[in-house]
Design a protein around this ligand. Structure first.
Ligand code: UTP
Length: 299
């Protein structure tokens, strides 16, 4: 069983739900409090033992590359001003030399296609995929939980799942589950955006994958769907004919930051969870609600 040392971050989408914010700036650089989404998922991967960070980018995305590089001018200014704490943090956040790779998806032809664009950088090793707009608050992190299941189940492919109300399954990729052990199971069905009556369960695929490199061959055979997009779920369905797929119902809370309400909720939740911000944010929220005629009380 080969360890998971590489993670792929698809960041080539257009982020149309966040226009005009995403006209010139990548959606993945939107911040939850003060940290870009992309940095949050890179940290999650790092915690899980990943050493090679592969970004599949597009036009207007070069700022992501700059974000993971040294900023000499900023560093020397911080040094001159004696801001050693901020300086140390910048240093700590920086991936090591040669640990990042960037490739381009020239057209946003879907998540499956974006992952396929990373094939030469991934090579013949199993790898993780993390969607930067799905922020998962968990301890240990979601990918670290998945790596543990990967180890316990002797390899294969692992998908993080979570439960949603049955009336929402038609928006997501959905899996069927058998042979549960604690919070993990064997996947016996996968369907992309099923009608409620055809869904195998209410367990949805939630933006984290551990995949074997044979997935790349399967992506090549996937027929484009709506809008010419190549879906990763279709390739996984094909690969599941020959390989095991395991599901993990992870412990943690997901915020879909590709969606406005999910993004705003993440900002409120993460701000409230910060000791340095909690009191002021509570007071600010109370003031906002009461100025609009409502009341907000805390236990
Ligand atoms: P989304 O579908 O949520 O992102 O893809 P999007 O297409 O950018 O957003 P909207 O719907 O237009 O607002 C999830 C992740 O996959 C990447 C996106 O950048 C995002 O991080 N992605 C999506 C690609 O890299 N390439 C694609 O072709 C599609």
């Amino acid at each position: 069983m080969r360890p998971i040392k590489t993670a792929v971050f698809p960041v080539a989408g257009l982020g149309t739900r966040f226009l005009p914010a995403t006209k010139a700036m990548p959606k993945e650089m939107l911040t939850v409090v003060d940290k870009p989404l992309i940095q949050m998922v890179v940290e999650e991967a790092k915690e899980a033992g990943v050493e090679h960070f592969v970004f599949v980018t597009g036009r207007n995305k070069s700022v992501i590359e700059d974000h993971f590089d040294k900023q000499y001018e900023l560093e020397s200014t911080l040094r001159r001003r004696g801001k050693s704490k901020q300086l140390d943090k910048l240093e700590e956040d920086l991936p090591g030399a040669g640990q990042t790779s960037f490739t381009r998806q020239q057209e946003p032809l879907g998540l499956g296609h974006a992952i396929w664009c990373a094939r030469h950088l991934v090579g013949q090793e199993p790898f993780a995929v993390l969607l930067p707009d799905m922020i998962i608050e968990a301890n240990p992190g979601c990918l670290a939980q998945m790596v543990e299941v990967y180890r316990q189940r002797g390899g294969g492919n692992v998908i993080a799942v979570e439960e949603v109300p049955m009336e929402h399954v038609h928006r997501y990729g959905v899996v069927g589950a058998k042979d549960w052990q604690d919070n993990h199971f064997s996947i016996d069905a996968m369907v992309e955006k099923p009608k409620r009556e055809h869904a195998p369960s209410n367990l949805i695929i939630s933006g984290r994958y551990i995949l074997q490199p044979e997935i790349f061959k399967e992506i090549e055979n996937v027929q484009p769907g709506i809008g010419g997009e190549i879906q990763i779920t279709d390739a996984m369905i094909a690969l599941s004919a020959n390989q095991n797929f395991h599901g993990l119902r992870f412990s943690g809370k997901t915020y879909d930051c590709g969606d406005k309400v999910g993004f705003l909720s993440a900002n409120v939740a993460f701000a409230l969870d910060r000791e340095d911000l909690n009191a002021e944010v509570r007071a600010a929220l109370q003031a906002i609600i009461s100025a609009r005629g409502g009341t907000l009380t805390w236990n």
